[in-house]
Design a protein around this ligand. Structure first.
Ligand code: GAL
Length: 421
């Protein structure tokens, strides 16, 4: 009998401890959702957490990441959570249709214009970026950084060994890849495990081939996906595939960067976050690797911006707002961009805070023609972007430009891309 009483008593004590400790943990928790798990990305995320913790040491951060570059897996998980009424406190979302059409127009986000007003951010953020996160006069997120998609990265030693000058035109590019292939070097590292890197490659080729006028018309639904510009870009892409590694389906974007670092491939086309990956791997710009714009796109900056917003049912809205204040702070933007290879969004941050790569991108952003990224939520709605990725996954196998253009055109129609014309 005595033993039974002791057991019941112990169980009660343990239960009480559990309830209280879980209450106290959830009371101080802040859940941040993102896909930043690759090298460079995760250091950038950690820098944000560290900046937040200095200001709010009592707060425990739950790092809810779902691996898969460009949110290829995270976006589906987020969707389930949002629809189930179980949102994180704040989540990574690209400025543009990915934020506005997916989450704002459907009523899942809280406007944070008051916070913008209080922080005086309007004066220190580029107008074009504010436009990407605004809807019907309200602002819905805080941009952390700006990335550029149209960059070509190369192994410096291979280029030096074969006396190769970074190509600025597609003609030069094809001469370079032919030369490398003839020397037994894999010219281009491609990753297609998560499909989006093929879309990424396509958008950079399209920008160069079609030019900014057509590019903008296409993403606004004012030009056809069966246009000769799209077909021509697809044919070029098909030609480029001949010079890529044959294990692309098993590689993610960082794996392709690693091939370049290891000298197993000479080049890769990837966004500015590749700089974060190289830095995290202690590679030296100008010695181990270097970069140039994707051929034919030297005058363009294909833009995407990582932002954080406030979901309507965020479990800890006050803490989430504190997080957003951190995201908008100069300190966090400098620290995160230094790790991630992006540029800060605030225009009051001096380039002196950064090394030569980021400095060059800051100047490029200020001087070049800006185009929204198709593959990274800045140009087309999520549903269409996802289908575009699927089509490029298929294109890699079938390599049929006509069929692909036809399917993309049908998808654009089905998703209502042409509806406002
Ligand atoms: C982009 C994102 C970048 C980087 C990249 C690779 O969509 O904006 O910050 O994370 O994906 O995962």
């Amino acid at each position: 009998m005595r033993e039974k009483v002791i057991t019941v008593f112990t169980v009660i004590i343990l239960l009480t401890i559990c309830i209280f400790s879980s209450l106290s943990v959830s009371a101080v928790e802040l859940e941040i959702f993102s896909w930043w798990t690759a090298e460079g990305e995760k250091e950038g995320l950690q820098a944000l957490f560290d900046t937040y913790r200095v200001l709010y040491p009592e707060s425990r951060i739950k790092n809810a990441t779902v691996a898969g570059g460009a949110g290829s897996k995270a976006k589906d998980v987020l969707k389930t959570r949002m629809l189930d009424g179980n949102p994180p406190d704040s989540f990574q979302v690209h400025g543009g249709p990915e934020l506005i059409n997916t989450w704002v127009m459907s009523g899942y986000m809280k406007p944070i214009s008051d916070l913008w007003q209080k922080e005086g951010w309007q004066k220190i953020y580029p107008e074009s970026i504010i436009d990407m996160i605004s809807y019907q006069g309200e602002i819905y997120s805080v941009p952390l950084n700006i990335h550029r998609s149209n960059l070509l990265w190369y192994n410096k030693k291979i280029f030096t060994k074969y006396n190769i000058i970074p190509p600025t035109t597609l003609n030069q590019f094809f001469k370079v890849v032919k030369k490398l292939k003839s020397k037994g070097v894999t010219p281009l590292a491609l990753s297609s495990k998560n499909k989006w890197p093929v879309t990424h490659l396509f958008e950079t080729i399209l920008a160069g081939v079609a030019g900014p006028h057509f590019y903008k018309k296409l993403v606004k639904g004012k030009a056809s996906w069966r246009d000769e510009n799209v077909l021509k870009s697809l044919r070029i892409l098909k030609e480029i595939f001949k010079y890529a590694n044959d294990n692309s389906t098993s590689l993610t974007w960082d794996g392709a960067c690693q091939l370049v670092l290891d000298g197993q491939a000479a080049m890769t086309i990837m966004g500015s976050w590749a700089a974060g990956y190289f830095k995290a791997n202690s590679a030296v710009l100008g010695e181990d690797y270097n970069f140039c714009p994707v051929p034919e796109t030297g005058n363009y900056f294909i833009v995407l911006t990582d932002t954080f917003g406030l979901p309507v049912n965020a479990p800890h809205p006050k803490r989430a707002v504190n997080w957003l204040q951190v995201i908008g702070s100069a300190k966090a933007q400098v620290k995160a961009s230094s790790k991630m290879g992006s540029i800060p969004v605030r225009i009051d941050i001096s380039s002196d805070n950064f090394g030569p790569f980021i400095q060059a991108q800051i100047s490029a952003y200020r001087n070049l023609i800006l185009l929204p990224s198709i593959g990274h939520g800045a140009a087309v709605i999520n549903t269409f972007a996802k289908s575009i990725n699927d089509q490029f996954g298929i294109f890699l196998y079938q390599q049929n430009p006509e069929k692909t253009a036809k399917r993309l055109e049908k998808l654009a129609r089905d998703f209502g891309v042409y509806d406002n014309n």
